[in-house]
Design a protein around this ligand. Sequence first.
Ligand code: 5GP
Ligand code: ZN
Length: 113
Amino acid sequence: MDCLFCKIVSGEIPSTKVYEDDKVLAFRDIAPQAPVHVLVIPKKHISGWYDAKDESDELLAHLMRAAALVAEKEGLVEGGFRIVSNCGEDADQTVKHLHLHVLGGRKLSSEMA
Ligand code: 5GP
Ligand code: ZN
């Protein structure tokens, strides 16, 4: 499948890994928008949150838990952090493989949209 993040999972495209287990991979965003900007993705291709409705609770919970682990590993627990996930055109989802952005390391804007 011609998917950028599937190629990162397979190692075809290199990435800076932050965390990995059998189900998920976390790596640094190539264009960071905060001092810490990590993407957390399922290794399995899921195109976005609408398709995620068909996935197991176990996998989706695991993805969220991995984001929290990344925040801890990156030293964001005390200062706080934000988890963002875009779905579809209006939200500017540019890569059609489900991903959570973990952002922190500076005071983040209070704007939601
Ligand atoms: P989206 O806009 O879909 O919510 O997020 C996609 C993210 O993937 C963007 O923040 C973008 O900087 C990041 N990205 C795009 N191409 C690459 C790449 O080749 N490597 C890495 N590490 N991040 C990428
Ligand atoms: Zn994919």
